[in-house]
Design a protein around this ligand. Structure first.
Ligand SMILES: [Cu+2]
Length: 194
């Protein structure tokens, strides 16, 4: 963790305190919404520190996965990309977020290479393991590292939930779309909330 990053984390700890957002106890999710979603402070694929408040007025399409995922993630991100294309000019109202559940391997550089395959508005996010687990919990997303016996420590896979969350410009949860939804339906579902 860099000094700048640690300073930013400290800044936000203080910020949350003064914003009056209740954090029940150590390790609990900081969230204004008792349901799905929460605040975050992560690093994007350009290496910049990004928080949930860096997308004013935007609908967020939030998806959790990892770049080494053999099939589920490329499929989901492909669907998101096509849905964004179907939205036409209205896609400007939407920012898709890909939050890695594999921060060990998904560095900003790795994410940068990965996002080139998908929609240009896609923002990929990584961060310290603890922050990733906190934001995943806030979205009720589960993930688990699967290490095959006798395999190289670097060649694990990760089982993970694959729903796509639509969050409104107010930061509140709108709808969760299941993995496998066709792009046309995803685009229509998003437009329902505009
Ligand atoms: Cu995946």
């Amino acid at each position: 963790m860099t000094t700048t990053y640690r300073a930013a984390v400290r800044f936000f700890a203080v910020f949350f305190l003064f914003a009056g957002i209740t954090a029940g106890g150590a390790g609990e999710v900081l969230s204004e919404d008792p349901g799905i979603g929460g605040r975050f402070l992560l690093r994007d694929h350009n290496g910049r520190i990004v928080t949930d408040s860096d997308f004013p007025g935007q609908y967020l399409l939030v998806y959790f996965g990892y770049t080494f995922c053999p099939d589920i993630c490329p499929t989901s991100l492909g669907t998101i990309t096509q849905a964004m294309e179907l939205l036409g000019p209205e896609a400007e109202k939407v920012t898709p977020l890909f939050i890695t559940v594999d921060p060990e391997r998904d560095t900003a550089m790795q994410l940068w290479e990965y996002v080139q395959h998908f929609h240009p508005r896609l923002v990929a996010l990584t961060g310290p393991t603890e922050m990733i687990s906190r934001i995943a919990k806030a979205y009720k997303v589960r993930y688990e590292k699967i290490q095959l016996p006798g395999s190289d420590p670097g060649t694990y896979t990760i089982d993970h939930s694959a729903g796509v969350f639509l969050m409104g410009p107010d930061g509140k949860f709108r709808v969760k779309m299941a993995h496998g939804i066709p792009p046309e339906q995803m685009a229509d579902r998003i437009k329902d909330f505009f």
